[in-house]
Design a protein around this ligand. Structure first.
Ligand code: SF4
Length: 397
């Protein structure tokens, strides 16, 4: 059958990604429900057909139109001529002794991105990537040291969740029960620098016909792209985490170079504005503990002052202290455990809720900031990926 869809002009941002022109080769993972409804409309189909299709794709993990038994045969034939549901090729999968699972996905052109599943007693969290590489270049982050390659599409962001959810369901034999209860946009990339692809992906995660996650269980982590924090508050206000990592601009400028554009006071102003729309009544500040750099008692005291100067005396933020995962190019070291404990105590004693991130998946390099550590040298990424494929194939009996 010939595809009946004609190309239409692209809409303006931020809806461009999910109202994209249809073509002969549309990956339906690229749409949120509104986008899929617009696509189906071009096929002459009503919105409820898009809802059925969306449920088949995201709730049941279907990629074959013939499986979709409640869709009219004529629609299935139309879809076969126009569209497909295609996940990202998996280069490697590593399972940690603690149950953490890390996938390396091929996104073409020698680039690869990672997603990590972290199981806990009361939740299953998937850490998802938004870009291949990252332009922000944080000094303590192995992704930042790779440089930036490109933004992921909505479909490439959602494909990580789609694949992980349905692969885990099968493996764990959940009988269709959901495995992933939380998503954190904390993998490779700065999600707010890929805004037009991010927002429809978030909407598909939240949609009751998609993954049905509550806004409190989807977190966007940003290094502080102030204008986009404001836009997200209007377009899709999910939980917010901010990579702070320093109590003053002098220290933050070299650690998080974006700070030169959006200094701490502007970032905290944006956080306060965001809280008016956020699903939680706090912002989480991520703080990577770097030996002798940002881990002194004086730094904790400066953070306490920063927090107390805002919020009108109420608790409005939490701190998550992250043990640093050293890698040679950073020239940085992990703070000793005793210093992390002391730092956490200073914040806690000042009434600030503070946690220390448990390291998970250490045996598979799955910790935050460690993602895609194996592909950080972009010049040899394709070569390395070919080698990884070979290793994986050799493991298959
Ligand atoms: S910490 Fe986040 S924003 Fe900074 S370089 Fe790494 S991926 Fe980019």
């Amino acid at each position: 059958m010939v595809c009946p869809v004609q190309a239409v002009p692209a809409a303006e941002e931020p809806r461009a990604a999910w109202h994209r022109p249809a073509d002969m080769n549309t990956n339906l993972l690229d749409f949120d429900l509104d986008g899929l409804a617009a696509y189906c409309e071009q096929l002459g189909e009503k919105r409820f057909r898009a809802t059925q299709l969306f449920r088949w794709i995201h709730q049941r993990g279907a990629s074959d139109f013939d499986q979709m038994s409640d869709l009219a045969k004529s629609l299935r034939e139309k879809l076969k001529a126009c569209a497909h549901i295609t996940a990202l090729p998996v280069l490697t999968e590593h399972v940690s002794a603690d149950g953490t699972v890390k996938w390396l996905f091929d996104v073409g052109g020698g680039d690869a991105v990672e997603a990590v599943f972290i199981p806990e007693d009361d939740r299953g969290t998937l850490c998802v990537s938004s870009q291949a590489g990252c332009a922000v270049g944080c000094r303590f982050c192995s992704t930042g040291h790779q440089g930036f390659s490109r933004n992921l599409s909505t479909g490439e962001i959602l494909a990580q969740l789609w694949y992980a959810e349905h692969a885990l369901r099968k493996r764990l034999g959940t009988g269709g029960e959901r495995v992933i209860s939380n998503v954190v946009m904390m993998g490779m990339g700065e999600p707010l620098q890929n805004y037009t692809a991010l927002v429809p992906a978030l909407r598909a995660m939240l949609d009751d016909h998609g993954y049905g996650l509550s806004r409190r269980r989807v977190t966007v982590s940003t290094s502080g792209v102030v204008p986009m924090i404001d836009r997200l508050s209007q377009d899709c206000a999910v939980a917010m985490a901010v990579s702070l990592h320093a109590p003053n601009d002098e220290l933050r400028d070299p650690l998080v170079p974006l700070n030169r554009k959006y200094p701490i006071h502007e970032l905290l102003d944006a956080c306060e504005r965001y809280l008016e729309f956020a699903p939680r009544d706090f912002i989480t500040f991520e703080y990577c503990m770097l030996d002798g750099v940002n881990d002194q008692p004086e730094h904790a005291r400066q953070l306490i002052e920063l927090v107390r100067a805002r919020g009108d005396g109420r608790s409005w933020c939490k701190f998550n202290l992250i043990p640093f995962n050293p890698f040679p190019a950073s020239g940085l070291l992990r703070s000793p455990a005793a210093r992390v404990t002391e730092f956490a105590s200073l914040l806690s004693n000042a009434g600030i809720v503070t946690t220390v991130r448990k390291t998970r998946g250490d045996d598979i390099d799955a910790a935050c900031g460690q993602l895609a550590g194996d592909v950080k040298d972009r010049t040899r990424a394709a070569e390395r990926m070919a080698r990884q494929r070979t290793i994986v194939l050799k493991q298959v009996p």
